[in-house]
Write a protein that binds this ligand. Structure first.
Ligand code: TYM
Length: 337
């Protein structure tokens, strides 16, 4: 069992639907690997959140394991981090119910992700979709996370988590750590390649809009070649007037560590075609070792099962401690364990 440390606690989650995108990678997952050296980290495959949209059971089960293998392939070390499936730690749901009673309908109605998803899935606006942020708050507060590394689209969810924590602490005394969002300076919002005013998304029906982490090199090159730019020329960073090319500059900046100003300088004489190839190559090189590791990991079912079992046990131990404290504070009758 991992020794508990005084290090700050990091918690984050990712939905196991489809294959992770370049947006997931740059906005979140890549940073998780960097943070594992300095913090006490817990990374959760949030399978329960993914059920807010209909899933095919057979495909979904596979996708959960694929998500885990991909996280490991990016370099997350199961010894250094706690990696697990959300559904294997039932305290997430238990705390979520309790927090529901401290969350207002009005607050949940204002969530932009709820509004977006209800539009996209108008035939299935289920209660889970509405309540999604409360389960997310439970994920984070269950472990008293200090920092939550996410892309910019999750900022509102972290804010409501903070509000719920503060409300609960005001009523019952200091119980939860009030978490902070940890959003990268560069790459917090990678945009669609086809509609650069929209976020790059796993569920985009247009496959050319999204780079997936398991795309073959030729697919990545083809998608980049087709990326929407503008009728102008010039590699100039201007997200308002030139959203397409600015998005590509942002991607390159995130992958190379160069600033967009440096890229603008270095690529000033390039045409869009050559620049797109340069970005494609940077993505291919970034994903090449991850894809190789993934192929080996995916087959090692025994190792994946062990990681998941250990992760759930270590997470449950911590989760139970917080949940018992919360139950006691609220006045629920004590349970012998
Ligand atoms: P999910 O699965 O949609 O995305 C996982 C992470 O990827 C980031 N991300 C992006 N970053 C930059 N550009 C993009 N185009 C892009 N698309 C996605 C997301 O911001 C996220 O960090 N609700 C969460 C999962 C979750 C969670 C949690 C996160 C559940 N419980 C507790 C943190 C803490 C979600 O749907 O992420």
């Amino acid at each position: 069992m991992q020794q508990e440390t005084q290090k700050k606690l990091i918690f984050s989650g990712i939905q196991p639907t489809g294959v992770f995108t370049l947006g997931n990678y740059i906005g979140a997952v890549r940073n998780w690997g960097i943070l594992q050296e300095e913090y006490d980290c817990m990374y959760c495959v949030v399978d329960l959140h993914a059920l807010t949209v209909r899933q095919n059971p057979t495909e979904f089960r596979k996708a959960c394991y694929r998500a885990l293998a991909l996280l490991l392939a990016t370099g997350l070390d199961p010894q250094k981090n706690i990696l697990y499936f959300q559904s294997h730690v039932p305290q997430h749901c238990e705390l979520s119910w309790l927090l529901n009673c401290y969350t207002y309908m009005g607050e949940l109605s204002r969530m932009t992700q709820f509004k977006d998803k209800s539009e996209k899935h108008a035939d299935n606006i289920n209660a889970g979709l509405f309540d999604y942020p409360v389960l997310m708050a439970a994920d984070i507060l269950l472990y008293n996370a200090d920092l939550v590394p996410v892309g910019a689209d999750q900022k509102q969810h972290i804010e409501i988590t903070r509000d719920i924590a503060i409300r609960f602490n005001n009523l019952y005394g200091d119980t939860f750590t009030v978490p902070e969002a940890y959003i990268p300076k560069s790459g917090a919002r990678i945009m669609s390649l086809s509609e650069p005013d929209q976020k790059m998304s796993k569920s985009d029906p247009n496959a050319n809009a999204t780079i997936y982490m398991l795309d073959e090199p030729d697919v990545i090159v083809r998608k980049l070649k087709r990326a929407v730019t503008d009728s102008d020329s010039g590699i100039v960073f201007d997200p308002e007037k030139k959203p397409g090319i600015s998005n590509l500059m942002n991607i390159l900046s995130s992958l190379t560590g160069k600033t967009v100003a440096q890229i603008q300088d270095e690529c000033s004489s390039m045409g869009y075609g050559d620049f797109k190839l340069m970005v494609a190559e940077a993505i291919v090189e970034e994903f090449r070792p991850i894809q190789e590791r993934f192929k080996a990991l995916e087959k090692d079912k025994q190792f994946l099962a062990q990681v998941i079992k250990d992760g759930a046990a270590r997470a449950s131990y911590r989760a139970l401690r917080t949940l018992s404290k919360v139950q006691k504070r609220i006045g629920l009758p004590p349970r012998e364990r």
